[in-house]
Design a protein around this ligand. Structure first.
Ligand code: CMP
Length: 147
């Protein structure tokens, strides 16, 4: 059974020109990129996307980071996409990732627990809500993008 997840290359990833390297990894690991959009999050959309973290100490800094430049948002599809993408990006703290998961995407392009370069949905429920946050109709693969 194929599964969809939301992947995002955060502002530090785009700024550091990691997009093509990250897409190579995505394709190498058998994900299809069903949709993609480059967009600039504003205060309001970033706050809504990260609503679950609104009470955290790091929230203001997170919003500043996520609105500091464009992001590339993708819908990825394959079997077990949600867990596999999370495994591939590595732990939230990119500094730790460099030690414990040196082959992970965050080890490659992230800095620390905030500037961690990429995002991945953490459950089926969040994948569904995060995909619909950015995209309207992702029921079929008719919109498959080439790059
Ligand atoms: P992500 O897992 O994509 O979604 C929540 C984001 O909040 C996380 O990536 C980091 O960018 C940020 N974050 C999580 N934990 C911390 C932390 N302890 N300090 C600063 N930022 C954090």
């Amino acid at each position: 059974e194929k599964e969809k997840t939301l992947a995002m290359i955060k502002p530090d990833g785009l700024l550091g020109n990691y997009t093509e390297r990250i897409k190579d990894v995505i394709v190498d690991y058998g994900f299809s990129i069903l949709r993609e959009i480059t967009t600039q999050l504003d205060q309001d959309s970033a706050s809504r996307f990260y609503a679950e973290h609104s009470s955290k100490r790091f929230f203001p800094s997170l919003i500043k980071y996520m609105t500091s430049g464009p992001v590339l948002v993708m819908v990825l599809e394959k079997e077990n996409a949600i867990a596999d993408w999370r495994a591939l990006i590595g732990p939230t703290d990119a500094y730790k990732a460099k030690i414990t998961n040196p082959n992970s995407i965050r080890a490659m392009c992230g800095q620390d627990s905030e500037k961690n370069c990429v995002h991945g949905s953490d459950s089926l429920l969040s994948a569904q809500s995060e995909i619909s946050f950015f995209f309207e109709d992702v029921s079929s693969a008719l919109h498959l993008l080439s790059y």
